[in-house]
Write a protein that binds this ligand. Sequence first.
Ligand code: GLN
Length: 492
Amino acid sequence: MTNLTELGVAALRDGFRAGDFSAREVADAFNANVAAAKALNAFIVETPDHALQAAEQADRDRSEGNLKPLSGVPIGMKDLFATKNVQTTAASHILEGFKPQYESTVSGKLWSAGAGMLGKLNLDQFAMGSSNETSYFGNVISPWRRPNDTAPLAPGGSSGGSSAAIAARLCPAATGTDTGGSIRQPAAFTGISGIKPTYGRCSRWGVVAFASSLDQAGPMANDVRDCAIMLENMAGFDPKDSTSLELAVPNWEAALSADLKGKKIGIPKEYRVDNMPAEIDALWEQGIQWLKDAGAEIVNVSLPHTKYALAAYYIIAPAEASSNLARYDGVRYGLRNLPDGAGLQDMYAATRAAGFGPEVKRRIMIGTYVLSAGFYDAYYTQAQKVRALIARDFERAFEQCDLLLTPTAPSAAFALGEKNADPLEMYLNDVFTVPTSLAGLPAMSVPGGVDAQGLPLGLQIIGRALDEQGVLNAGLAIEERAGFTARAGKWW
Ligand code: GLN
């Protein structure tokens, strides 16, 4: 019999429908993989019973001829989505023990579509990070390793539990969130696919807020088709999120096509940054060839304000975070530190000092500083102006082309500990993903190849607002040509 955990979302869905296996068998197989992979630390909470209950329901539904879009498919849920009665922490000590009394819109949609939950996936604390090293629950370890080297590698961040779990076949797909690259960069680091849709496609309701004008949920999975299926079941208008787009959800899967005839692909010259490994340049060239093969025309474009994107992002995101995280005060959620004889202010201070990790504190302090009376115009207002210029750069580029192709990240996965001495080093890893987030555009990472060490490298496709279909189709064209089959050797 097929090894069920080798199958992706489409294959599980279709095999279940065809009666090749039961949903129960699928849930058992993935639950077993999750239980056997503690060394990766990909999950904060395992929920085998949730997966089993959904599977048993799917098996009953099938016998009654009542199939849902994700019947028979168990998934992983990033621990940034509130899940009713299941601990939701954002990987922070301050939310340890918090069991929401409500379900996030996105997770609720997935359960209504028939999916089951294998567990809550580890992440960088409050989704702040690029390596998973800021989690209070310990870092996730990538299933990938360099040859003849047992140094643990970063799975990317912040959705590093999601990326590691998919790459290690602990789940066929997972949710991610992307504020400045947190779906795309971990996907690139682990040889999987992930799409951040247009800002507003997926509801933010019930997603622990980091930077509300940037935060966007999206799927991560083994391939482009699986991402399309997942996204169809995550997206949609939600009156509970005032920035949710009131638009119908397209049938992205049905319209998948790797034929790019008539499409123009822009290559932004500003993404040729200094010190980029030659292999990433070479992969980018290869990607250009693949898209030409698929019928597309290549044009050179310019995004002149790219060099200011990281600076603007690392002002705007902390500013919004400092405001969003003000709600963790020891009164309403999770941790409360009430020293003997303490007053209210002391309780706030003690709770926040003990509850937030160093990266979260750094961002709250930066954010509070750039929003303070004397510095608001010098930093925050300027950053907002730069954000508008970056969005305009993309609008101008999209007068000349339909999609953009770039590398996803300027490096392959780095070793844990390699970049966390200097926060700036870490922030630089987001150089190719942050501009799209500032502009609210859809963007996807697909695996393109491996570096000299055999580690995965990703290519990023960026589209016009609402053109997820164009992004997915170009992703499919690359996927079909890249024939990426590399896998992490099993050591855990
Ligand atoms: N690495 C970026 C940051 O640390 C992006 C994180 C994210 O997209 N959630 O802010």
